[in-house]
Design a protein around this ligand. Structure first.
Ligand SMILES: [Zn+2]
Length: 346
């Protein structure tokens, strides 16, 4: 087996967890065309080419635009069932055993579309059906959009609490990190904690270390989405090391959105070696052409981490998941068995 193929197999065969993954960003062009055709419309080559533009991003604001335009094409509960089913199959093929999936119902509610409970009902039904066919267990985090403001996030927190029966376990917030001050969102995050919801927020991705400080000190989140720009502030790195708050890193995503210009500038290796709890996930697998296994491979090939370090980050991803302890022990044991089989120290 060639070295490259060996690395790919190493990444794919390991049982894995994904903890930062957007449902809407997992819709590939074929699935998108399929769901439009499912409404009885034809999609010609010209329209298909147009839709293909949603998968090419000039920079971070342009990526957010593409994400929004893609969401605008998801209209009915059946669309969400279809994309969840495609994601479930994609994850199964990728060796993922457990996934926490962001779902952004606020985007659809604002355009007068499907309410959160109907989306989650459809999505969780598809996820359960997938699980019966050997696909991973999926749990959901409702993801707010920062620029929609505080009221929208308050609604999202209520929706998350109401959708627990569909496997919703927490909330996050993405969007334009520079749009509104983090302090504005302290109250809804407090309310989420009071309701027993798990919390994360995109910070230190598009904006600098200040955003990560605020995520930790103002929102008091349990995990930080991306958080890589924390590397610019030694005091913050030291705080992250002391507290062990995990960073949900998604290396390829950062290159694709232009947040990091070159692989050699990506700070994940430095953060890992500084003792920060970095984890690895695929973010928007279709929009960035990523997968969990692909990101494991990137850590090794592009970012210079040893197989032992990649495995340590993979295992930390499972440890950082908001999953029941019994399931976690089972997954970590399965990872250790695969490590022993592959001759990698775990
Ligand atoms: Zn994200």
């Amino acid at each position: 087996m060639s070295e490259e193929r060996g690395r790919r197999a190493f990444a794919r065969d390991f049982p894995k967890a994904e903890i930062h993954l957007h449902l809407e960003g997992s819709v590939d062009l074929d699935t998108l065309v399929g769901l439009i055709r499912g409404r009885g419309r034809t999609v010609g080559p010209e329209e298909r080419r147009e839709l293909g533009r949603l998968y090419r991003h000039r920079d971070f604001p342009h990526f957010l635009e593409n994400f929004r335009d893609l969401c605008a094409l998801l209209l009915r509960p059946e669309d969400f069932a279809l994309i969840a089913s495609a994601l479930s199959e994609r994850l199964r093929r990728d060796g993922v055993r457990y996934a926490e999936v962001f779902c952004s119902p606020t985007i659809f509610a604002r355009s007068g579309g499907v309410p959160a409970a109907e989306i989650l009902d459809a999505v969780s039904g598809a996820a359960r059906a997938g699980e019966k066919r050997g696909a991973p267990r999926m749990r959901f985090l409702l993801d707010g959009v920062r620029q929609f403001g505080v009221r929208a996030l308050e609604d999202l927190v209520r929706a998350a609490a109401d959708c627990r029966r569909y496997g919703v376990i927490g909330i996050g917030m993405g969007g334009d990190e520079k749009a509104l001050p983090t302090g504005d969102f302290a109250a809804p995050y407090r309310e989420a904690r009071r309701l027993g919801l798990r919390t994360t927020v995109h910070a230190g991705e598009f904006d600098g270390p200040r955003s990560v400080w605020e995520a930790l000190e103002v929102l008091e989140v349990e995990r930080v989405g991306h958080g890589i720009r924390a590397a610019e502030d030694p005091e913050l790195v030291s705080l992250l090391r002391r507290t062990g708050v995990p960073l949900e890193c998604c290396p390829t995503s950062n290159l694709m959105t232009g947040v990091v210009r070159r692989w050699e500038d990506h700070p994940i290796r430095a953060l890992h070696r500084a003792g920060v709890a970095v984890t690895v996930s695929s973010d928007d697998p279709a929009l960035f052409r990523t997968s969990a296994a692909g990101e494991w491979q990137v850590l090794q090939e592009r970012l210079g981490l040893s197989p032992e370090e990649v495995l340590a980050i993979g295992m930390r991803t499972a440890r950082s998941a908001f999953m029941p302890e019994g399931d976690r022990t089972e997954l970590l044991d399965a990872m250790r068995r695969e490590a022993a089989r592959s001759g990698i120290a775990s």
